[in-house]
Ligand binder design. Structure first.
Ligand SMILES: Nc1ncnc2c1ncn2[C@@H]1O[C@H](COP(=O)(O)OP(=O)(O)OP(=O)(O)O)[C@@H](O)[C@H]1O
Ligand SMILES: CC(C)(CO)[C@@H](O)C(=O)[O-]
Ligand code: BAL
Length: 282
């Protein structure tokens, strides 16, 4: 696997692949790779001739007081894991390579509606940073397809909307959540948890599973969601949101069948997210 740090080398290498008629799949990440990221690489590998991953801790999507500085940077281990997973290329640019004029002067992509509420409410400006950097990486790589995890459900919806609205000729592949044996969704931020917090963390998924069971049995959502919040608080979480939405993230109504339960909650200073799709009864 080759690691590319500069835009010129990236363009030259991908230009050659494109002239050979090869299909290119992109896996954007922030690094500190785990089996969830490797599932994205596997999905990309199945669908393309050339798999390119990116590692970039994007300052534009971090708010003041968030973990930009603390975010784990483990390039050497990540390179070894990508190579073993069959990735062909890694693009790992510096911040000044992507944002040479600085963050304030950077042109932005804003995706309205779908980026509002949920994580967009508690992390103002976060999705503007995500759509801007993903749009930029799409423009640099010009992949045929790009793989994103369903763990970041709202992010996936924002990217699908951006691709549709801006007519990017890129297929977006959503990859199911990879979980630890106890149900906790794998995430780089799980590494921030103390052993005691790590023991509590699977309660987030367990609570979503209990709620899904109740909803599928026909219980009223509002009372169940209130109970769910209480369960999370009793377990030691500080819930940020716990919501039932239609699968497209529109409001869940009595006509909604395909739905999704979404949660974000803090354990100490670590913010965890998770979600579960379900079919509501008639
Ligand atoms: N457990 C997982 N299962 C499937 N996809 C995942 C999982 N964790 C992350 N991804 C996906 O990997 C891509 C890169 O995500 P990122 O590098 O932010 O990893 P992360 O572990 O989610 O980190 P963070 O803790 O910062 O949220 C995203 O498309 C994300 O949805
Ligand atoms: C898509 C992404 C790589 C953009 O920085 C990031 O938000 C992530 O890791 O999910
Ligand atoms: N996993 C999405 C990137 C972020 O939380 O900033």
């Amino acid at each position: 696997m080759r690691t590319l740090r500069e835009i010129s080398a990236l363009r030259e290498t991908l230009g050659d692949a494109r002239r050979r008629g090869e299909r290119i799949a992109l896996v954007p990440t922030m690094g500190n790779l785990h089996d969830g990221h490797l599932a994205l690489v596997a999905a990309a590998r199945e669908r393309a001739d050339v798999v390119i991953a990116t590692i970039f801790v994007n300052p534009l999507q971090f708010g003041a007081g968030e973990d930009l500085e603390a975010y784990p940077r483990t390039l050497e281990e990540d390179q070894a894991r990508l190579e073993a997973a069959g990735c062909d290329l890694l693009f790992a640019p510096d911040t000044t390579t992507l944002y040479p004029r600085g963050l304030e002067a950077q042109t932005r992509i804003v995706v309205p509606e779908v980026s509002e509420g949920l994580c967009g409410a508690s992390r103002p400006g976060h999705f503007d940073g995500v759509s801007t950097v993903v749009g930029m990486i799409f423009n640099l790589v010009q992949p045929d397809l790009a793989c994103f995890g369903e763990k970041d459900y709202q992010q996936l919806a924002v990217i699908r909307r951006m691709v549709a609205d801006l007519h990017f000729p890129i297929e977006i592949v959503g990859v199911p959540i990879v979980r630890a044996e106890d149900g906790l969704a794998l995430s780089s931020r799980n590494g921030y948890l103390s052993p005691e917090q790590r023991a509590i963390a699977p309660r987030l998924y367990a609570t979503l599973c209990e709620l899904r069971e109740g909803l599928e049995a026909g219980s009223a959502p509002s009372a169940l969601l209130e109970q769910g919040r209480t369960r999370l608080e009793e377990a030691g979480f500080e819930p940020d949101y716990l919501e039932l939405r239609a699968a497209d993230l529109g409001p869940a109504t009595t006509a909604t069948r395909e739905a999704v339960l979404l949660a974000a909650a803090r354990l100490g200073t670590t913010r965890l997210i998770d979600n579960l799709t379900l079919t509501l009864p008639r």
